[in-house]
Design a protein around this ligand. Structure first.
Ligand code: NAD
Length: 470
Protein backbone atom coordinates (compact mmCIF):
# COMPACT_ATOMS: atom_id res chain seq x y z
CA UNK A 1 0.00 0.00 0.00
CA UNK A 2 1.17 3.53 -0.75
CA UNK A 3 1.24 6.37 1.76
CA UNK A 4 -1.10 8.33 -0.52
CA UNK A 5 -3.74 5.62 0.05
CA UNK A 6 -3.80 6.12 3.84
CA UNK A 7 -6.88 8.45 3.97
CA UNK A 8 -8.83 6.24 1.56
CA UNK A 9 -8.02 3.00 3.44
CA UNK A 10 -8.77 4.55 6.82
CA UNK A 11 -12.13 5.84 5.55
CA UNK A 12 -13.02 2.47 3.98
CA UNK A 13 -12.21 0.65 7.25
CA UNK A 14 -14.31 3.14 9.25
CA UNK A 15 -17.26 2.70 6.89
CA UNK A 16 -16.95 -1.11 6.91
CA UNK A 17 -16.90 -1.29 10.70
CA UNK A 18 -19.92 0.97 11.00
CA UNK A 19 -21.92 -0.85 8.33
CA UNK A 20 -21.13 -4.36 9.44
CA UNK A 21 -22.89 -5.93 12.33
CA UNK A 22 -20.29 -6.73 14.97
CA UNK A 23 -17.94 -9.12 13.17
CA UNK A 24 -19.45 -12.61 13.75
CA UNK A 25 -17.33 -14.89 15.90
CA UNK A 26 -17.21 -17.49 13.11
CA UNK A 27 -15.57 -15.05 10.72
CA UNK A 28 -13.03 -13.98 13.37
CA UNK A 29 -12.18 -17.66 13.93
CA UNK A 30 -11.81 -18.06 10.15
CA UNK A 31 -9.40 -15.07 9.98
CA UNK A 32 -7.25 -16.61 12.74
CA UNK A 33 -7.21 -19.96 10.95
CA UNK A 34 -6.14 -18.25 7.69
CA UNK A 35 -3.20 -16.55 9.41
CA UNK A 36 -2.20 -19.79 11.14
CA UNK A 37 -2.26 -21.74 7.88
CA UNK A 38 -0.27 -19.05 6.07
CA UNK A 39 2.42 -19.08 8.77
CA UNK A 40 2.66 -22.88 8.71
CA UNK A 41 2.97 -22.86 4.91
CA UNK A 42 5.48 -19.99 4.81
CA UNK A 43 7.68 -20.82 7.79
CA UNK A 44 10.79 -21.03 5.58
CA UNK A 45 10.09 -17.59 4.02
CA UNK A 46 9.73 -16.03 7.47
CA UNK A 47 13.05 -17.57 8.55
CA UNK A 48 14.78 -16.38 5.35
CA UNK A 49 13.42 -12.84 5.58
CA UNK A 50 14.56 -12.34 9.17
CA UNK A 51 17.91 -13.97 8.44
CA UNK A 52 18.40 -11.41 5.64
CA UNK A 53 17.37 -8.58 7.95
CA UNK A 54 19.79 -9.31 10.81
CA UNK A 55 21.25 -12.79 10.51
CA UNK A 56 18.86 -14.31 13.02
CA UNK A 57 19.30 -18.10 13.21
CA UNK A 58 16.27 -20.01 11.80
CA UNK A 59 15.87 -21.95 15.07
CA UNK A 60 15.63 -18.65 16.94
CA UNK A 61 13.05 -17.40 14.42
CA UNK A 62 10.99 -20.53 15.11
CA UNK A 63 11.31 -20.08 18.84
CA UNK A 64 10.85 -16.33 19.24
CA UNK A 65 8.87 -15.20 16.17
CA UNK A 66 6.75 -18.11 14.92
CA UNK A 67 6.01 -20.09 18.08
CA UNK A 68 4.67 -17.10 20.11
CA UNK A 69 2.33 -16.07 17.27
CA UNK A 70 1.03 -19.62 16.71
CA UNK A 71 0.56 -20.02 20.44
CA UNK A 72 -1.36 -16.71 20.58
CA UNK A 73 -3.60 -17.87 17.70
CA UNK A 74 -4.30 -21.30 19.24
CA UNK A 75 -5.08 -19.72 22.61
CA UNK A 76 -7.46 -17.22 20.96
CA UNK A 77 -9.17 -19.94 18.90
CA UNK A 78 -9.74 -21.98 22.07
CA UNK A 79 -10.94 -19.05 24.14
CA UNK A 80 -12.81 -16.68 21.79
CA UNK A 81 -16.29 -18.07 22.59
CA UNK A 82 -15.67 -17.55 26.28
CA UNK A 83 -14.03 -14.11 25.94
CA UNK A 84 -16.84 -12.71 23.78
CA UNK A 85 -19.66 -13.96 26.01
CA UNK A 86 -21.46 -11.21 27.90
CA UNK A 87 -20.71 -11.23 31.60
CA UNK A 88 -23.50 -10.81 34.13
CA UNK A 89 -22.78 -8.27 36.84
CA UNK A 90 -24.37 -8.10 40.28
CA UNK A 91 -26.29 -4.96 41.23
CA UNK A 92 -26.60 -3.15 44.58
CA UNK A 93 -29.90 -3.30 46.47
CA UNK A 94 -30.74 0.24 45.31
CA UNK A 95 -30.97 -1.14 41.75
CA UNK A 96 -33.16 -4.10 42.63
CA UNK A 97 -35.16 -5.41 39.66
CA UNK A 98 -32.55 -4.43 37.06
CA UNK A 99 -30.23 -6.68 35.05
CA UNK A 100 -26.58 -5.73 34.52
CA UNK A 101 -24.06 -7.14 32.08
CA UNK A 102 -20.79 -6.29 30.32
CA UNK A 103 -20.22 -6.96 26.63
CA UNK A 104 -16.94 -6.74 24.72
CA UNK A 105 -17.37 -4.79 21.50
CA UNK A 106 -14.56 -4.09 19.01
CA UNK A 107 -12.96 -0.70 19.51
CA UNK A 108 -13.17 -0.08 15.76
CA UNK A 109 -10.28 0.88 13.48
CA UNK A 110 -6.93 0.26 15.16
CA UNK A 111 -3.34 1.17 14.35
CA UNK A 112 -0.45 -1.16 15.22
CA UNK A 113 3.07 0.30 15.02
CA UNK A 114 5.82 -2.24 15.61
CA UNK A 115 9.59 -2.31 16.18
CA UNK A 116 12.32 -4.20 14.32
CA UNK A 117 13.66 -6.47 17.04
CA UNK A 118 11.06 -9.25 16.82
CA UNK A 119 9.64 -8.00 13.54
CA UNK A 120 7.17 -10.82 12.82
CA UNK A 121 6.08 -11.61 16.37
CA UNK A 122 5.51 -8.03 17.53
CA UNK A 123 3.47 -7.15 14.43
CA UNK A 124 1.39 -10.28 13.95
CA UNK A 125 0.67 -11.16 17.62
CA UNK A 126 -1.10 -7.81 18.28
CA UNK A 127 -2.92 -8.28 14.94
CA UNK A 128 -4.23 -11.61 16.26
CA UNK A 129 -5.59 -9.88 19.39
CA UNK A 130 -7.14 -7.06 17.34
CA UNK A 131 -8.89 -9.50 14.96
CA UNK A 132 -10.05 -11.73 17.81
CA UNK A 133 -11.75 -8.64 19.24
CA UNK A 134 -13.39 -7.96 15.83
CA UNK A 135 -11.50 -4.82 14.70
CA UNK A 136 -10.25 -3.41 11.39
CA UNK A 137 -6.50 -2.84 11.43
CA UNK A 138 -3.75 -0.79 9.82
CA UNK A 139 -0.24 -2.15 10.45
CA UNK A 140 2.96 -0.09 10.26
CA UNK A 141 5.91 -2.47 10.65
CA UNK A 142 9.50 -1.26 11.07
CA UNK A 143 11.52 0.20 8.20
CA UNK A 144 14.68 -1.41 9.64
CA UNK A 145 13.59 -4.96 8.72
CA UNK A 146 12.56 -4.46 5.06
CA UNK A 147 12.49 -8.18 4.21
CA UNK A 148 10.23 -9.18 7.08
CA UNK A 149 8.03 -6.09 6.66
CA UNK A 150 7.47 -6.87 2.92
CA UNK A 151 6.64 -10.46 3.80
CA UNK A 152 4.03 -9.28 6.32
CA UNK A 153 2.60 -6.99 3.64
CA UNK A 154 2.42 -9.96 1.26
CA UNK A 155 0.72 -12.12 3.90
CA UNK A 156 -1.88 -9.47 4.66
CA UNK A 157 -2.62 -8.74 1.00
CA UNK A 158 -3.12 -12.47 0.35
CA UNK A 159 -5.42 -12.97 3.32
CA UNK A 160 -7.44 -9.77 3.73
CA UNK A 161 -9.13 -6.96 1.82
CA UNK A 162 -7.56 -3.57 2.61
CA UNK A 163 -10.79 -2.47 4.31
CA UNK A 164 -10.24 -5.30 6.83
CA UNK A 165 -6.46 -5.24 7.34
CA UNK A 166 -3.88 -3.12 5.51
CA UNK A 167 -0.11 -2.71 5.80
CA UNK A 168 1.45 0.70 5.24
CA UNK A 169 5.23 0.32 4.99
CA UNK A 170 7.67 3.10 5.85
CA UNK A 171 9.43 4.87 8.67
CA UNK A 172 8.94 7.84 10.96
CA UNK A 173 7.24 10.07 8.34
CA UNK A 174 4.62 7.44 7.53
CA UNK A 175 4.00 6.81 11.24
CA UNK A 176 3.58 10.54 11.80
CA UNK A 177 1.02 10.74 9.01
CA UNK A 178 -0.92 7.77 10.40
CA UNK A 179 -0.88 9.19 13.92
CA UNK A 180 -2.85 12.25 12.78
CA UNK A 181 -5.90 10.06 12.10
CA UNK A 182 -8.62 9.47 14.72
CA UNK A 183 -7.94 5.78 15.35
CA UNK A 184 -10.12 4.02 17.91
CA UNK A 185 -7.02 2.42 19.43
CA UNK A 186 -3.27 2.67 18.90
CA UNK A 187 -1.05 -0.25 19.90
CA UNK A 188 2.56 0.89 19.86
CA UNK A 189 5.66 -1.20 20.59
CA UNK A 190 8.97 0.66 20.65
CA UNK A 191 11.14 3.01 22.65
CA UNK A 192 9.93 5.23 25.52
CA UNK A 193 11.12 8.26 23.48
CA UNK A 194 8.83 7.51 20.52
CA UNK A 195 6.12 6.26 22.93
CA UNK A 196 5.80 9.84 24.22
CA UNK A 197 5.35 11.15 20.65
CA UNK A 198 2.69 8.52 19.99
CA UNK A 199 0.83 9.45 23.16
CA UNK A 200 0.97 13.18 22.35
CA UNK A 201 -0.52 12.51 18.92
CA UNK A 202 -3.14 10.12 20.30
CA UNK A 203 -4.20 12.84 22.76
CA UNK A 204 -5.27 15.09 19.85
CA UNK A 205 -7.97 12.56 18.94
CA UNK A 206 -8.35 11.03 22.41
CA UNK A 207 -7.49 7.66 20.87
CA UNK A 208 -6.79 5.05 23.53
CA UNK A 209 -3.25 3.67 23.57
CA UNK A 210 -1.35 0.57 24.58
CA UNK A 211 2.33 1.41 24.91
CA UNK A 212 4.74 -1.53 25.00
CA UNK A 213 8.03 0.22 25.73
CA UNK A 214 11.49 -0.66 26.99
CA UNK A 215 14.08 0.34 29.57
CA UNK A 216 16.67 -1.28 31.78
CA UNK A 217 15.52 -4.66 33.14
CA UNK A 218 17.73 -5.82 36.04
CA UNK A 219 18.62 -9.35 37.13
CA UNK A 220 19.41 -9.81 40.82
CA UNK A 221 21.56 -12.76 41.91
CA UNK A 222 21.44 -13.59 45.59
CA UNK A 223 24.14 -15.48 47.50
CA UNK A 224 21.80 -18.48 47.79
CA UNK A 225 21.27 -18.83 44.01
CA UNK A 226 22.46 -21.88 42.10
CA UNK A 227 25.20 -20.06 40.20
CA UNK A 228 25.69 -22.43 37.31
CA UNK A 229 21.97 -22.63 36.54
CA UNK A 230 21.68 -18.82 36.92
CA UNK A 231 24.64 -18.20 34.60
CA UNK A 232 23.25 -20.52 31.91
CA UNK A 233 19.83 -18.81 31.99
CA UNK A 234 21.28 -15.29 32.03
CA UNK A 235 23.59 -15.99 29.08
CA UNK A 236 20.67 -17.44 27.11
CA UNK A 237 18.29 -14.56 27.97
CA UNK A 238 20.85 -11.84 27.35
CA UNK A 239 22.39 -13.02 24.08
CA UNK A 240 19.20 -14.33 22.43
CA UNK A 241 18.50 -12.06 19.42
CA UNK A 242 22.00 -10.61 20.03
CA UNK A 243 20.77 -8.83 23.15
CA UNK A 244 18.20 -6.85 21.12
CA UNK A 245 15.29 -7.93 23.32
CA UNK A 246 13.09 -5.59 25.35
CA UNK A 247 12.96 -8.02 28.29
CA UNK A 248 16.61 -9.14 28.10
CA UNK A 249 18.46 -8.80 31.43
CA UNK A 250 20.00 -5.35 30.88
CA UNK A 251 22.42 -5.60 33.82
CA UNK A 252 23.15 -8.00 36.69
CA UNK A 253 23.30 -7.10 40.37
CA UNK A 254 25.21 -9.87 42.15
CA UNK A 255 26.04 -10.41 45.81
CA UNK A 256 29.75 -9.57 46.07
CA UNK A 257 30.98 -12.90 47.49
CA UNK A 258 29.59 -14.88 44.52
CA UNK A 259 30.51 -12.44 41.73
CA UNK A 260 33.66 -14.28 40.66
CA UNK A 261 32.00 -17.67 40.48
CA UNK A 262 29.01 -16.28 38.57
CA UNK A 263 31.31 -14.57 36.05
CA UNK A 264 33.30 -17.79 35.52
CA UNK A 265 30.13 -19.77 34.80
CA UNK A 266 28.76 -17.06 32.48
CA UNK A 267 31.98 -16.88 30.44
CA UNK A 268 32.01 -20.64 30.12
CA UNK A 269 28.35 -20.68 28.93
CA UNK A 270 29.11 -18.05 26.27
CA UNK A 271 31.59 -20.54 24.79
CA UNK A 272 29.31 -23.56 25.29
CA UNK A 273 26.45 -21.81 23.45
CA UNK A 274 28.27 -19.95 20.70
CA UNK A 275 31.69 -21.54 20.26
CA UNK A 276 31.49 -25.22 21.24
CA UNK A 277 34.10 -26.23 18.62
CA UNK A 278 36.48 -23.33 19.31
CA UNK A 279 36.10 -21.88 15.80
CA UNK A 280 35.27 -18.37 16.98
CA UNK A 281 31.85 -16.95 17.88
CA UNK A 282 31.69 -14.99 14.62
CA UNK A 283 31.48 -18.37 12.84
CA UNK A 284 28.55 -19.50 15.00
CA UNK A 285 25.21 -20.09 13.31
CA UNK A 286 23.45 -19.69 16.66
CA UNK A 287 24.15 -15.97 17.05
CA UNK A 288 22.36 -13.00 15.38
CA UNK A 289 23.79 -9.76 14.06
CA UNK A 290 23.18 -6.13 15.00
CA UNK A 291 20.37 -4.47 13.07
CA UNK A 292 22.23 -1.45 11.63
CA UNK A 293 25.64 0.24 11.62
CA UNK A 294 24.23 3.13 13.72
CA UNK A 295 23.15 0.63 16.38
CA UNK A 296 26.57 -1.05 16.19
CA UNK A 297 28.32 2.29 16.59
CA UNK A 298 26.16 3.23 19.58
CA UNK A 299 26.97 -0.07 21.34
CA UNK A 300 30.66 0.26 20.48
CA UNK A 301 30.72 3.73 22.02
CA UNK A 302 28.78 2.66 25.15
CA UNK A 303 31.35 -0.09 25.75
CA UNK A 304 34.45 2.01 25.08
CA UNK A 305 33.17 4.83 27.35
CA UNK A 306 32.61 2.31 30.18
CA UNK A 307 36.08 0.77 29.64
CA UNK A 308 37.61 4.29 29.68
CA UNK A 309 35.94 4.72 33.10
CA UNK A 310 37.77 1.62 34.48
CA UNK A 311 35.15 -1.06 33.71
CA UNK A 312 36.79 -4.48 33.27
CA UNK A 313 36.22 -6.53 30.10
CA UNK A 314 35.49 -10.11 31.24
CA UNK A 315 34.82 -11.45 27.73
CA UNK A 316 33.92 -10.30 24.22
CA UNK A 317 34.32 -6.70 23.11
CA UNK A 318 35.08 -7.75 19.51
CA UNK A 319 33.25 -5.68 16.88
CA UNK A 320 33.23 -6.26 13.10
CA UNK A 321 31.46 -3.55 11.10
CA UNK A 322 31.64 -5.59 7.87
CA UNK A 323 29.71 -8.45 9.42
CA UNK A 324 27.56 -6.26 11.73
CA UNK A 325 28.96 -8.45 14.48
CA UNK A 326 29.23 -7.58 18.16
CA UNK A 327 30.58 -10.42 20.31
CA UNK A 328 28.73 -11.50 23.47
CA UNK A 329 30.34 -9.16 25.98
CA UNK A 330 30.42 -9.22 29.77
CA UNK A 331 31.88 -6.34 31.79
CA UNK A 332 32.43 -5.95 35.54
CA UNK A 333 33.33 -2.98 37.79
CA UNK A 334 31.13 -0.69 35.70
CA UNK A 335 30.58 2.86 36.96
CA UNK A 336 26.93 3.58 37.74
CA UNK A 337 27.11 6.96 36.03
CA UNK A 338 28.43 5.60 32.71
CA UNK A 339 25.98 5.65 29.80
CA UNK A 340 26.10 1.85 29.87
CA UNK A 341 24.32 2.01 33.23
CA UNK A 342 22.10 4.97 32.35
CA UNK A 343 20.63 3.98 28.95
CA UNK A 344 18.78 0.85 27.83
CA UNK A 345 21.65 -1.21 26.30
CA UNK A 346 19.58 -3.19 23.77
CA UNK A 347 22.58 -5.17 22.54
CA UNK A 348 24.96 -7.95 23.65
CA UNK A 349 26.76 -6.15 26.49
CA UNK A 350 26.08 -7.37 30.02
CA UNK A 351 27.36 -5.24 32.93
CA UNK A 352 27.75 -7.08 36.23
CA UNK A 353 27.61 -4.92 39.38
CA UNK A 354 28.29 -6.07 42.96
CA UNK A 355 26.18 -5.37 46.02
CA UNK A 356 26.55 -6.30 49.66
CA UNK A 357 23.02 -5.80 51.07
CA UNK A 358 19.53 -6.33 49.65
CA UNK A 359 18.56 -2.78 50.65
CA UNK A 360 21.18 -1.47 48.18
CA UNK A 361 19.60 -3.55 45.40
CA UNK A 362 16.14 -2.25 46.14
CA UNK A 363 17.39 1.33 46.27
CA UNK A 364 19.24 0.93 42.94
CA UNK A 365 16.15 -0.45 41.23
CA UNK A 366 13.74 2.07 42.74
CA UNK A 367 15.80 5.13 41.85
CA UNK A 368 15.50 4.28 38.14
CA UNK A 369 12.32 4.28 36.01
CA UNK A 370 10.16 1.20 36.64
CA UNK A 371 11.53 -1.69 34.52
CA UNK A 372 9.64 -3.79 31.98
CA UNK A 373 10.99 -6.97 33.60
CA UNK A 374 12.81 -7.84 36.79
CA UNK A 375 14.58 -11.14 37.41
CA UNK A 376 15.55 -12.63 40.75
CA UNK A 377 17.76 -15.67 41.20
CA UNK A 378 17.58 -16.92 44.77
CA UNK A 379 16.65 -19.93 46.87
CA UNK A 380 15.56 -17.66 49.73
CA UNK A 381 11.82 -17.00 49.93
CA UNK A 382 12.38 -14.01 52.20
CA UNK A 383 14.78 -12.46 49.69
CA UNK A 384 12.43 -13.03 46.76
CA UNK A 385 9.38 -11.77 48.67
CA UNK A 386 11.17 -8.56 49.62
CA UNK A 387 12.09 -7.84 46.00
CA UNK A 388 8.49 -8.57 44.89
CA UNK A 389 7.00 -6.31 47.58
CA UNK A 390 9.50 -3.45 47.55
CA UNK A 391 9.91 -2.87 43.80
CA UNK A 392 7.58 -2.23 40.87
CA UNK A 393 8.00 -3.65 37.35
CA UNK A 394 5.88 -4.84 34.42
CA UNK A 395 6.69 -8.50 35.06
CA UNK A 396 8.99 -10.69 37.12
CA UNK A 397 10.55 -14.11 36.71
CA UNK A 398 12.07 -15.94 39.65
CA UNK A 399 15.01 -18.24 38.87
CA UNK A 400 14.62 -17.70 35.12
CA UNK A 401 14.33 -14.96 32.53
CA UNK A 402 12.36 -14.22 29.34
CA UNK A 403 9.89 -17.12 29.87
CA UNK A 404 7.15 -14.87 31.31
CA UNK A 405 6.59 -13.73 27.69
CA UNK A 406 5.68 -17.30 26.72
CA UNK A 407 2.66 -17.73 28.99
CA UNK A 408 -0.45 -16.29 27.26
CA UNK A 409 -2.34 -16.45 30.57
CA UNK A 410 -0.04 -13.78 32.04
CA UNK A 411 -0.60 -10.11 31.14
CA UNK A 412 2.46 -8.75 29.33
CA UNK A 413 3.46 -5.10 29.49
CA UNK A 414 5.25 -2.38 31.39
CA UNK A 415 4.51 0.24 33.99
CA UNK A 416 4.99 3.99 33.44
CA UNK A 417 8.29 4.46 31.56
CA UNK A 418 8.24 0.84 30.37
CA UNK A 419 4.71 1.29 29.01
CA UNK A 420 1.11 0.72 29.98
CA UNK A 421 -1.81 -1.37 28.88
CA UNK A 422 -1.28 -5.12 28.63
CA UNK A 423 -1.10 -7.65 25.83
CA UNK A 424 -1.22 -11.43 25.24
CA UNK A 425 -4.21 -13.76 25.54
CA UNK A 426 -7.31 -12.32 27.15
CA UNK A 427 -5.46 -9.08 28.05
CA UNK A 428 -4.63 -8.51 24.36
CA UNK A 429 -8.29 -9.13 23.43
CA UNK A 430 -9.32 -6.72 26.21
CA UNK A 431 -6.90 -4.00 24.97
CA UNK A 432 -8.65 -3.99 21.58
CA UNK A 433 -12.20 -4.17 23.06
CA UNK A 434 -14.54 -1.64 24.56
CA UNK A 435 -16.01 -3.10 27.74
CA UNK A 436 -19.56 -1.85 27.35
CA UNK A 437 -21.80 -1.86 30.42
CA UNK A 438 -25.49 -2.48 29.87
CA UNK A 439 -28.17 -2.17 32.54
CA UNK A 440 -31.75 -3.12 31.70
CA UNK A 441 -34.72 -1.74 33.63
CA UNK A 442 -38.39 -2.70 33.36
CA UNK A 443 -40.61 0.04 31.90
CA UNK A 444 -42.43 1.96 34.62
CA UNK A 445 -40.21 0.52 37.34
CA UNK A 446 -37.32 1.96 39.20
CA UNK A 447 -36.22 1.60 42.74
CA UNK A 448 -34.57 5.03 42.55
CA UNK A 449 -37.88 6.91 41.89
CA UNK A 450 -38.18 7.92 45.58
CA UNK A 451 -34.95 9.90 45.04
CA UNK A 452 -36.34 12.06 42.18
CA UNK A 453 -37.08 15.78 42.78
CA UNK A 454 -38.77 17.72 44.27
CA UNK A 455 -36.52 17.11 47.26
CA UNK A 456 -39.07 16.96 50.03
CA UNK A 457 -38.49 15.75 53.59
CA UNK A 458 -39.52 12.26 52.45
CA UNK A 459 -36.95 12.29 49.63
CA UNK A 460 -34.29 13.37 52.11
CA UNK A 461 -35.20 10.41 54.38
CA UNK A 462 -34.84 8.03 51.40
CA UNK A 463 -31.46 9.58 50.58
CA UNK A 464 -30.36 9.25 54.23
CA UNK A 465 -31.34 5.55 54.17
CA UNK A 466 -29.37 5.07 50.95
CA UNK A 467 -26.23 6.69 52.41
CA UNK A 468 -26.50 4.73 55.64
CA UNK A 469 -27.48 1.21 54.52
CA UNK A 470 -27.10 0.67 50.78
P1 NAD B 1 11.48 2.88 17.94
O1 NAD B 1 10.69 3.55 19.00
O2 NAD B 1 12.62 3.61 17.35
O3 NAD B 1 10.54 2.50 16.68
C1 NAD B 1 9.34 1.76 16.84
C2 NAD B 1 8.38 2.10 15.70
O4 NAD B 1 8.08 3.50 15.77
C3 NAD B 1 8.95 1.86 14.30
O5 NAD B 1 7.92 1.29 13.50
C4 NAD B 1 9.31 3.26 13.81
O6 NAD B 1 9.17 3.41 12.41
C5 NAD B 1 8.28 4.12 14.52
N1 NAD B 1 8.75 5.50 14.74
C6 NAD B 1 10.03 5.95 14.83
N2 NAD B 1 10.04 7.28 15.06
C7 NAD B 1 8.76 7.68 15.11
C8 NAD B 1 8.11 8.95 15.32
N3 NAD B 1 8.80 10.06 15.53
N4 NAD B 1 6.77 8.98 15.34
C9 NAD B 1 6.04 7.86 15.16
N5 NAD B 1 6.60 6.62 14.96
C10 NAD B 1 7.93 6.55 14.92
O7 NAD B 1 11.91 1.48 18.55
P2 NAD B 1 12.82 0.37 17.89
O8 NAD B 1 14.21 0.85 17.80
O9 NAD B 1 12.17 -0.17 16.65
O10 NAD B 1 12.71 -0.78 19.01
C11 NAD B 1 13.49 -0.75 20.17
C12 NAD B 1 12.73 -0.28 21.37
O11 NAD B 1 11.50 -0.96 21.48
C13 NAD B 1 13.46 -0.57 22.66
O12 NAD B 1 13.32 0.51 23.55
C14 NAD B 1 12.74 -1.80 23.21
O13 NAD B 1 12.85 -2.00 24.59
C15 NAD B 1 11.35 -1.52 22.80
N6 NAD B 1 10.56 -2.75 22.70
C16 NAD B 1 9.58 -2.97 23.60
C17 NAD B 1 8.86 -4.16 23.56
C18 NAD B 1 7.76 -4.47 24.53
O14 NAD B 1 7.04 -5.43 24.30
N7 NAD B 1 7.59 -3.72 25.60
C19 NAD B 1 9.15 -5.10 22.58
C20 NAD B 1 10.17 -4.82 21.67
C21 NAD B 1 10.86 -3.64 21.73
Amino acid sequence: MQTSQIPEIFKAQKIRIRQAEVQPIASRIASLARIKRWIEQNRRQIQDAIFKDFGKPPAEVDLSEIYPVLSEIKHAQKSIEQWTRSIRAAAPVALIGTKSRVIYEPKGVCLIISPWNFPFNLTVAPLVSALTAGNRVILKPSELTPNCSSLIEKMVSELFDPDEVAVIPGGKEVAEQLLKLPFDHIFFTGSPKVGKIVMQNAAQNLSSVTLELGGKSPAVVDVSANLEDTAEKLVWGKFLNCGQTCIAPDYVLVEETVEEALLEHMISYVDKFFDPEGEGIDASNSYSRIISSQHLQRLDLLLSEALDEQAFLECGGVVDYQQMYFAPTIVSKVGLDTRLMQEEIFGPILPVICYSKLSEVIEQINQRPKPLALYVFSESKTFVDRVIKETSSGSMAINDCIIQFMNPNLPFGGVNNSGFGKSHGFRGFQAFSNEKSIITQKTGMTSVKPLYPPYTGLTQKAIDLLLKYL
